[in-house]
Design a protein around this ligand. Structure first.
Ligand code: GDP
Length: 374
């Protein structure tokens, strides 16, 4: 009988080192390993050395796998990153949520700066999901990092399915899906990693002392995340792991603000009162504000200390991307989101800006998540 890797769920094989599920024959056929949980070499390296070994899996492969899995489940547990809520949206997942009974899990609550009550976050998320035509059975606010709210997920599933539940866990890459499953199962089994796309095949996990079967699915790589336009190392810096940073600006016409080297914002409005707004992103993303003239000089100078990310090695790739410039007007109490990178929240508007960015990155305007303090 074929064996599966307990980390990523893929079938183990000893034939091809470069394909997923590889484990040397000596380990796969070792009698001492009989009945033991086995990891493929890739998961073993991610788990023990933090190494990343990319494998080829197309979006179509991901899709097929997820759809097969959700066919006969009672419930979908959809994991979203609270800091990158819209970056966690993927049409595929949103469509499933419109059809299937679901509980939405908002992870990484520990990253939210300042005081914000979880019920406020839940109300905000409910509103945003409602705008997308999604009404989950419930919303769980959690942090898999410090275990906040994890037992609440289990209670919510039990509440809706007291006898038995077969639950598919869905989420795009990097939202913390594996970390949550590991917390729920109470063991470090699924391969949890800083790198996107670690789970390759759906794999079943039974919750101890409960009639709940969790089925982990591969993470889809969503479209439109700025963090997916840069190299692995820059990606790690963009996805925040500690508290995020906030910088507040009061800027007039023709001031220019850079978010890393990925987004250039030029103020075009000429309000009597200068607009006030805050920018939120990972602490490793640099912000720089200057005037229009200097901005051009600085861009030409390729100052990676001012415009990080991208790093030098992925800057050339990024330069090949189509760059667009678009105008936006953001009202007081609204914010503009650069998926997977940052968001800008307007305290005193309207804020009229012109944004220059790689076309593949998606930008949306939403009701404020964190209202900047007066
Ligand atoms: P997956 O790709 O969705 O399975 O995500 P992982 O579980 O591998 O987590 C992706 C990254 O997010 C890792 O660096 C985790 O340490 C980090 N992470 C996951 N959950 C949390 C959380 O609750 N808080 C914080 N701060 N980081 C988290």
């Amino acid at each position: 009988m074929s064996k599966k890797c307990v980390g990523c769920g893929v079938e183990l094989q000893s034939e091809d080192k470069n394909k997923s599920g590889y484990l040397p024959k000596s380990a796969l056929e070792n009698k001492n390993n009989k009945g033991k949980d086995l990891y493929c070499q890739r998961c073993f390296k991610i788990k023990n050395y933090g190494e990343y070994i990319p494998v080829e899996m197309t979006r179509e492969d991901y899709r097929r796998e997820v759809h097969e899995t959700i066919e006969d489940v009672d419930l979908v547990l959809a994991v979203f990153d609270v800091i990158d809520f819209e970056g966690s949206f993927d049409d595929e997942i949103l469509d499933i949520l419109r059809e299937k009974e679901s509980i939405v899990v908002l992870n990484k609550i520990d990253l939210i700066p300042g005081e914000k009550h979880p019920s406020e976050v839940a109300d905000w998320a409910k509103y945003r999901l409602g705008e997308e035509g999604i009404a989950p059975l419930d919303i769980a606010i959690v942090s898999s990092k410090n275990t906040y709210g994890i037992s609440g997920i289990y209670k919510k599933i039990n509440h809706f399915f007291p006898k038995r539940a077969k639950v598919a866990v869905l989420g795009v890459t990097n939202v913390g899906k594996s970390s949550i499953i590991n917390r729920l199962v109470g063991q470090k089994i699924a391969t949890e990693s800083k790198y996107p796309g670690t789970t390759l095949k759906s794999s079943k996990k039974k919750l101890t002392n409960a009639n709940i079967t969790l089925i982990d699915t591969p993470g889809l790589i969503p479209e439109g995340r700025f963090s997916d336009l840069v190299c692995e190392n820059c990606n790690l810096d963009i996805v925040p792991s500690m508290e995020i940073s906030r910088k507040t600006y009061k800027e007039g016409k023709d001031r220019v603000i850079f978010i890393g080297g990925l987004v250039k914002i030029r103020i075009i409005g000429d309000n009597e009162l200068k607009p006030i707004f805050s920018v939120y992103a990972s602490k490793n993303v640099s912000y720089h504000d200057t005037n229009l003239e200097k901005a051009e000089e600085l861009i030409a100078s390729n100052r990676s200390d001012l415009f990080y990310p991208p790093c030098k090695s992925c800057l050339d790739d990024l330069k090949k991307e189509e760059i667009v410039t678009e105008k936006f007007e953001i009202e007081t109490g609204e914010e503009i989101v650069f998926k997977g990178l940052a968001w800008l929240s307007v305290k005193r508007g309207p804020l009229n800006i012109e944004i220059t960015y790689p076309k593949k990155g998606e930008i949306i305007i939403r009701k404020a998540f964190i209202k900047p303090k007066r």
